[in-house]
Design a binder for this molecule. Structure first.
Ligand SMILES: Cc1ncc(COP(=O)(O)O)c(C=O)c1O
Length: 417
């Protein structure tokens, strides 16, 4: 970092304009060049982005700029130099999901955000029920189980043949349903929920629709308005190509503070008496509480600036590539996996023509398969017993898929795979 250069000039170098934000690129990006942005692509056929997405060199450089500054130059007031990146992260995320910036708050974790939402909806949920499904994230289901133990009527709909039938959800919904909660894209098998059908169902019963979007944001197009999503949350370490412990919460504007109340303190306090002020305001109380308006009412204290700076850079990057282009690229890879793995004897548990970058297959011997793949320099996830989850992203190519396929013997041929 040039120490003579003000920090905000450094930031301006990477800032994207509002016009860039609004425009979905019409040209297909050069995905070979994209691959060069991800050093992890050089060290393995890394096909486990649904677990943890690697950083691009651009996001890493943005983080380094912040770390250099906080290492060498930190001084009060420290926030003005970074506020633009922080705020732009929120704006870019709002654009990504077609929300207003006044509907987005910083969050720390998807699971925590969903839990906080439920805590803030006590009145709305009272005497009612929540409908969710068994392809939702396990920690979210655990959260519902605990609430069920504490008296909330929770209905967990079971998937059928690895897909969620809206009719099964409809059978669980009644006039007491207050919330339908789903993962927009399931971490188990990548199933993209028919969220429009589910939100229509919810709204027809006076209920709300919450979507866990961590496996979707940055990987599949999200339009909270068109999809009827009322509440959503994600952190950034998966398809948003950011870090853990930082993310976003979306709360539809009219629900903020009404149906969904803040559950933690927010805002500030002004002590209107000496020695805190020399001349107290005689018309004001001694202690003036000033709650934060808008979505910041769901935030407490500072967000992670490391998280926000990294997210700003990665969201701008995703914006330049275009989510539709990202989706098309991943589809070429997952289509091939859906074609070739079942033919090798690995049955797919992801429906065909499912629109997400996650595909999962049953394997006869998960531990041995994992050992074999790692030895071949291939990273995938083994989850939920005998399920192999493969999740290619923007930097993956057909050679990565080829490497995976070469390392997998046909199942049932006597090879210990
Ligand atoms: C669908 C889903 N939801 C939530 C999480 C956890 O995210 P966070 O760390 O942001 O709570 C994961 C992580 O694997 C996930 O796949």
């Amino acid at each position: 970092m040039n120490h003579d250069q003000p920090v905000d000039r450094e930031l301006n170098r990477t800032a994207v304009t509002a016009a860039e934000i609004a425009r979905e690129p019409s040209t297909v990006p050069d995905f070979d060049a994209v691959r060069r942005d991800f050093p992890r692509a050089r060290t393995a056929a890394y096909l486990d982005n649904a677990s943890c997405h690697p950083l691009s060199v651009h996001a890493a450089a943005a983080l380094h700029r912040y770390i250099d500054w906080t290492t060498h130059d930190v001084a009060e007031p420290w926030w003005p130099g970074w506020a633009a990146a922080r705020d732009q992260a929120k704006h870019l995320f709002a654009e990504l999901i077609n929300a207003g910036p006044e509907e987005v708050a910083f969050a720390r974790s998807t699971v925590e955000a969903e839990s906080n939402l439920l805590n803030g909806m006590q009145e709305h949920l009272a005497g009612g029920n929540v409908v969710t499904d068994d392809l939702h994230y396990t920690a979210a289901l655990y959260n519902y189980r605990v609430r069920q133990r504490d008296g909330l009527d929770v209905r967990i709909v079971k998937h059928r043949n690895w897909t969620l039938d809206p009719a099964d959800v409809a059978a669980a919904v009644d006039r007491n349903t207050r919330l339908i909660s789903v993962a927009l894209v399931s971490n188990v098998n990548g199933l993209l929920a028919d969220v429009k059908a589910l939100s229509d169902l919810a709204h027809a019963h006076g209920a709300l629709l919450y979507a866990d979007i961590i496996q979707a944001a940055g990987a599949v197009p999200i339009d909270v308005r068109a999809m009827g999503i009322d509440l959503a949350a994600c952190s950034t370490f998966k398809w948003l190509m950011g870090v853990k412990g930082f993310g976003f919460l979306y709360v539809r504007a009219d629900l903020q503070g009404t149906v969904v109340k803040p559950t933690q303190h927010h805002g500030g306090v002004h002590l209107n008496y000496p020695p805190w002020v020399e001349e107290p305001d005689p018309d004001a109380p001694e202690i003036v509480f000033a709650p934060t308006p808008g979505p910041a009412c769901f935030e407490v204290s500072y967000p992670s600036y490391e998280g926000a700076i990294c997210a700003q850079e990665s969201l701008a990057y995703i914006n330049r590539l275009g989510v539709a282009n990202i989706r098309s690229h991943a589809r070429t890879l997952t289509d091939r996996l859906q074609e070739e793995l079942p033919a090798l004897g690995y049955p797919s548990i992801t429906p065909r023509r499912n629109e997400s970058p996650i595909v999962a297959f049953k394997v006869p011997d998960p531990a041995a398969t994992q050992t074999r793949l790692r030895a071949a320099g291939v990273n995938v996830a083994m989850r939920h017993g005998d399920k192999m989850r493969i999740s290619p992203s923007v930097f993956n190519n057909q050679e990565d898929v080829e490497r995976l396929l070469r390392a997998l013997p046909p199942a049932g041929t006597g090879h210990r795979c």
